[in-house]
Write a new protein. Structure first.
Length: 143
């Protein structure tokens, strides 16, 4: 089983070096064996042990990983509460300026996270954290 995350740097509000700390937490806390894949290449030297890999484009990331892609977007096809997570996959989030669905290929899956406010206003690392928690919670034995 391989689980990875892919996203776009939030270059409009912060530097990738500072943002990498937010993503690095997910690698450690959820023990992601597939790591985190970010685009585009920032040109900033990230720690070698960060678990974060950079590629020029999302197409490059998806081709290299060759996993089922699950896109998280406010316009996703299925609600997270009803979603059955694939055993191996890459969860793809966009950025505040770019929808992840623009990278969706035929056969890829898309999920929306419904919130009380209904605006879909989650940062990409927040959406990723919710997806990973939901995956974990659905794997726990039911009483």
């Amino acid at each position: 089983m391989t689980v990875a995350l892919a996203s776009i740097w939030e270059t409009g509000w912060d530097t990738p070096l500072r943002e990498s700390d937010l993503w690095r937490f997910l690698v450690d806390e959820f023990q992601l064996d597939g790591g985190i894949w970010m685009t585009p290449v920032s040109g900033i030297h990230l720690r070698d042990d960060s678990g974060i890999h950079e590629r020029a484009s999302m197409a490059d990331v998806l081709t290299e990983l060759n996993l089922t892609a699950v896109f998280f977007d406010q316009d996703g096809d299925e609600a997270l509460r009803d979603f059955v997570h694939p055993e191996s996959c890459v969860y793809v989030t966009g950025s505040t300026l770019a929808s992840s669905l623009s990278f969706k290929r035929p056969g890829d899956l898309s999920v929306r996270i419904e919130t009380p406010g209904g605006t879909g206003g989650l940062w990409s690392h927040q959406a990723a954290c919710l997806a990973l928690y939901d995956r974990q919670a659905k794997s726990w034995p039911q009483p």
